[in-house]
Ligand binder design. Sequence first.
Ligand code: AMP
Length: 503
Amino acid sequence: MNFNFYALIESRMPKERNAPLLETESGETFSYADLDRATARYAAFLTGLGLNKGDRVAAQVDKSPQALFLYLGCLRAGLCYLPLNTAYQKGEVGYFLQDAEPGAVVCRPAAEAWIRDLAREAGVPHVFTLDEEGRGSFADAAAGSPAVFATAVLAPDDLASIIYTSGTTGRSKGAMVTHKNLASNGEVLRQYWGFSAADVLFHALPLFHVHGLFVACHCVLLSGARMVFHRKFDPAAALTALPRCTVMMGVPTFYVRLLEAPGLTQEACRSMRLFISGSAPLLKDTFDAWRERTGQVILERYGMSEAGMITSNPLTGERRGGTVGFPLPGVSVRVADDADRPLPAEETGGVQIRGDNLFAGYWRLPEKTNEEFTADGWFRTGDVGSFDAGGYVHIVGRAKDLVISGGFNVYPKEIELVIDTLPGVVESAVIGVPHPDFGEAVTAVVVKDAKAELTEDAVIAHVKSQLANFKVPKRVYFVNDLPRNTMGKVQKNILRDTYSKQG
Ligand code: AMP
């Protein structure tokens, strides 16, 4: 049996290979036959360079159908795909090349000169380019390779990809994802979310992250479905595409921005059967506003690079706003105290997991990997949460975001939820900043409506009326926007840096 995840994809391709797989915003279409030929060429070309099973291929490229084929070509050849966020600068890319020692790197044409310098320093022998139209030295060189390739035969634990964690805290670590991880998570999601060949996915997520690369593409590829593929998310373009689609996957920011567009109506969503959100918390307000405007209920799910998807609200049955739903089939989730003892429902603690979706460890960091596992084999996600009485999982925040003030543990989310109920507040982020008496001082950073007359004292008084004194912010700062990374996550490290320096 071949456990190469690409072999599973091949086995699911429509009998009619000319069936459409992907349509770009400019109307260009690609079929499953195109995918088969492109991945064969890319696989043949890369192995022809002398790359062997498990060798890494790094890619810092703009989103294009060819970028997706590059990923799939690597899987097909048994190579390990290493996608890099296009926002990464020299220092970061240099670190990844040194750390992962890829056999080849594919980059944007504009970055070629500096990537060549970094590649030379890191001893990476091959550098190619690929632009957002799918052109460049990589495409040119691979064009001469044969369009047939015998998919490499692999074992379940062979490496498929290394995903460097988004690093909102500390140095990025490379999560090693295996073919078994991709297959188990892909199959579970396809079934849980009811994907079929009739589906058309609206895909506007980046391809360098698990959400856009694995979750979205695998659901489509494992069900012989197709997708409308936009390079970037643009609300107006999305509204034009949605009437031809059945499912959308997005980060919460997509939903917030669509709600700002007057064209978002029930009619605009008439062909849609499912809206899925993840990668960052979806505000309850957004969840409610979406239901009111479109008549549809967003399905929120939770996952991470190290584990793919972990929990999801159900396809049928109640989707509960402000929660991330139930553990997925085959994934075990528990909430544990600091001594790794499981806690009962409604108590808050560390979220720990087990299952075939769980990664093989951090690249070349066996000690760091061991630290993240409990003595009885559970992985510490680093997220803090609880189960409610109905079995739905609530994520309260990251353990590293926990504020310890005067010896008390303060979960930022609890305070943010209280601040967010104040009229005039758009959203808020609570952080801890060093404080001579308390260790850390609870500090709130608030985005308010332009017209709202909200003061620091009013926010403090509001929290004081609802929560224990040690949870009340010592300072409140007003800003126009919270800093976010490309996946929509609030970068609390930036807020901590900024406000640690202020009095
Ligand atoms: P990444 O590895 O970049 O995908 O980041 C994973 C982290 O994103 C998780 O550990 C969570 O902290 C966060 N996350 C993902 N989905 C959700 C969600 N639906 N609600 C809250 N946090 C989420």
